[in-house]
Design a protein around this ligand. Structure first.
Ligand code: TYD
Length: 138
């Protein structure tokens, strides 16, 4: 099945707040539709910078702005959608084979990514033409 940008969605995460601040727990398979195998985060990103122009063959991910804001531009080869992430209790679910770019980072923004697979460079699609070829095939 071909994935589309319509499967990408904002997921509202649990938010436990009191006067000491807020806390958000995330369980793989419960709050998000995959088991969490890897977590990484982007930080020290200069204001206005962009990252992550690529897709993944099989990896699913949840992208969270735990601090600050940035845009996520999603492209399934036919349609594009852009989400602005600026709340620590919303995550953007991105299924396999969606080209994604993170844009317009505010200075000091922190981006948390929960991923369904270990890091594997051969699992990346970094060439847009190759990505389009795969989207055309299936
Ligand atoms: P990359 O995924 O290209 O970053 P972005 O798409 O956000 O610009 O990764 C940047 C570098 O970090 C690249 O050399 C691969 C390495 N890396 C790891 O070693 N482990 C990881 O889990 C990730 C996500 C990247």
């Amino acid at each position: 099945m071909k994935s589309t940008v319509h499967e990408c969605k904002l997921i509202e995460l649990p938010r436990i707040y009191d006067r000491r601040g807020s806390l958000t727990p995330i369980y793989g398979g419960e709050h998000i539709p995959f088991d969490i195998v890897r977590t990484y985060y982007l930080y020290d990103v200069p204001g206005g910078e962009s990252r992550g122009g690529h897709a993944h063959r099989e990896l699913q991910q949840l992208i969270v702005s735990v601090m600050g804001a940035f845009d996520v531009e999603l492209d399934d080869g036919q349609e594009k959608r852009t989400f602005r992430l600026d709340r620590a209790y919303y995550g953007l679910y991105v299924p396999r084979q969606i080209w994604r770019e993170l844009l317009n980072f505010s200075s000091g923004a922190n981006c948390l990514v929960l991923a369904s697979l270990p890091y594997d460079e051969s699992e990346y699609l970094r060439d847009y033409d190759e990505f389009m070829e795969i989207k055309r095939q299936k």
